[in-house]
Ligand binder design. Structure first.
Ligand code: SF4
Length: 184
């Protein structure tokens, strides 16, 4: 592993990120977990997800950073997109806002790469996440690791670990409840 390599992993919650965190830790990657999620509401829910994410990092001694919770900023950015479906335009803006903040933090703190677990859930459009991430990467001139964390057995491992650790698992992404129908 390149000694200078320093990865910022943007996480939305523990059940989405536990498999990736365990894998990176096992592979001795120099990484930090960043929690910037102004999209999560209400605040109690935000706190629950943050504490669970922090807990799994502490267990492995992985650095965990929380940035400010500024839901007003998120609401302003997504204004007018309230009725968009999940995977639609609102998600694009939401990813962009959070990844831009992460890229700025990464550059200010000496990270050489960044990535996220935004595309790991089957409810998400992985290509949409990659498109946004590539644009942010170009804007900040910071490489984004495009690994598809759903592959190579990691999705199954993530579910297994979440059960083993008895993680709190929400039934919606962040901004509003999901309709009952599951994606393909
Ligand atoms: S569904 Fe999730 S990713 Fe999409 S806008 Fe809401 S919080 Fe953001």
């Amino acid at each position: 592993m390149d000694q200078k390599f320093k990865l910022l992993l943007v996480s939305c919650c523990a059940p989405c990120s536990i498999g990736v965190i365990h894998k990176l830790h096992q592979d001795h990657v120099n990484f930090t977990v960043l929690f910037y999620n102004p999209n999560i509401r209400p605040f109690d829910e935000y706190q629950k997800r943050k504490e669970e994410n922090k807990r799994i990092c502490q267990e492995l001694n992985v650095p965990f950073v929380e940035l400010e919770y500024d839901p007003e900023n998120w609401s302003k950015a997504t204004q007018g997109l309230e009725n968009e479906p999940e995977r639609g335009k609102r998600c694009e803006v939401c990813f962009q806002l959070r990844l831009c903040k992460a890229a700025k933090y990464a550059l200010q703190h000496g990270f050489t790469h960044f990535t996220s677990v935004f595309g790991i859930s089957r409810y998400k459009d992985f290509d949409q996440v990659c498109r946004v991430a590539q644009a942010v990467s170009d804007q900040f001139n910071l490489p984004y690791d495009m690994t598809n964390w759903r592959k190579g057995g990691l999705a199954e491992q993530t579910i297994k670990l979440a059960k083993e650790k008895n993680l709190y698992k929400q039934n919606y992404c962040g901004c509003k409840p999901r309709p009952s129908k599951s994606p393909d």
